[in-house]
Design a protein around this ligand. Structure first.
Ligand code: ADP
Ligand code: NA
Length: 329
């Protein structure tokens, strides 16, 4: 059986990177896999959260999933904290994970910043909780953006180590699915950083809920260089900020970078940016509108999440019992 698990953190609004790198692919995949899509609210606690804001962000992420085209009846859609098995398996797996493996995680190094001793334990243990999210459902495939590749490899290592330790094949080794033209959307302000919810600069990202004016403003301000668009992808790749905008355009239009350059080579970025604004608004506006409609009825979203949580819990409970049996609890 092929089963997908994936999730997003309810930390601020979802952005174009989340959409192009993950969510949009999920919409395709729901037709060929049994899918579990989670709002990973326990992961969001690794950074300081205001309780009211968090509560609403959980609903917003669920609404974004549905508005983008995830069917909440066909798939299991829920928020992580309602299934206690995530935290429980997270602990069990953390007792099977050498510190050396976690010390290699680049996301911790980036997010902890310079004052590593002040970072919380949850941020450090994030990858073991993520492994638990996936393995709790014995998921075989995990569609994510490129930034999660290292965490996925760790999840495979943990699953393999568990299987060897207990001489079992209980956990499948989950396969990453890094799909599409925009697997790593970069910040609009800094071509070296990925577009992220945790970036303090609002101008670094386009949120899925931004209105047309905001999108226009952010793309106008996006960092570029004074050269026109080049002829070839090789030339483009030497210019990270330019490459990022062309990649975003291509992903939104369903075109390769070659196709985008065939149309725009020689154009100034000021003109290209106008086309990018129109295309972004065109693609995001229907999703934003649908999100707003869904968010007008919070009780309905809460009801959908609760129903999904019950379906998830039924699988989680059985698997967690198996795991406890295997390890002698
Ligand atoms: P963030 O890093 O913005 O907080 P999450 O950790 O919630 O986002 O990631 C949710 C999903 O979106 C993951 O599959 C992740 O790989 C993907 N993703 C996040 N940022 C990007 C990006 N800049 N480009 C492509 N995919 C991304
Ligand atoms: Na991330």
């Amino acid at each position: 059986m092929n089963r997908i698990f994936s999730g997003m953190q309810p930390t601020r609004q979802l952005h174009l990177g989340n959409y192009l790198g993950a969510l949009r692919n999920w919409v395709e995949l729901q037709n060929s896999y049994e899918c579990i899509f989670c709002v990973v609210d326990l992961h969001a606690l690794t950074i300081d959260q205001d309780p009211e804001v968090l509560r609403n962000n959980i609903r917003e992420v669920a609404a974004a999933y549905i508005a983008a085209g995830i069917d909440p009846d066909k798939n299991i859609l829920f928020n992580q904290s309602v299934v206690s098995g995530h935290a429980e398996l997270g602990w069990i797996l953390s007792c099977h994970t050498p510190l050396g493996w976690l010390n290699r995680m680049t996301q911790f190094k980036e997010k902890a910043g310079k004052q590593k001793d002040m970072a919380n334990l949850g941020l450090y243990a994030y990858p073991t909780l993520m492994a638990a999210d996936i393995l709790l459902y014995k998921a075989t495939h995990v569609p994510v953006g490129e930034d999660q590749k290292q965490h996925l490899e760790l999840a495979r290592d943990i699953a393999g180590a568990f299987n060897r330790r207990y001489e079992t094949e209980y956990f499948p080794l989950p396969e990453p699915q890094i799909l599409g033209e925009a697997t790593r959307v970069m910040s609009l302000r800094d071509g070296k950083k990925k577009m992220s919810k945790s970036d303090e600069s609002e101008y670094s990202r386009i949120n899925m809920t931004d209105d047309a004016d905001t999108i226009a403003q952010k793309i106008r301000k996006a960092k570029t260089d004074p050269e026109p668009l080049p002829e070839t992808v090789t030339e483009l790749e030497a210019r990270p900020e330019a490459d990022n905008l062309v990649t975003i355009y291509g992903a939104l239009a369903g075109q390769s970078r070659e196709q985008v350059l065939a149309q725009f080579a020689g154009s100034q970025f000021s003109d290209f940016k106008k086309s990018l604004v129109d295309l972004s608004v065109d693609k995001l506006a229907p999703i934003t509108t649908r999100m707003k409609e869904l968010l007008a009825d919070k009780a309905e979203i809460d009801r959908l999440l609760k129903k999904g949580g019950e379906r998830a819990a039924a699988i989680a409970e059985k698997n967690l019992n198996d795991v406890k049996d295997i390890i002698g609890l």
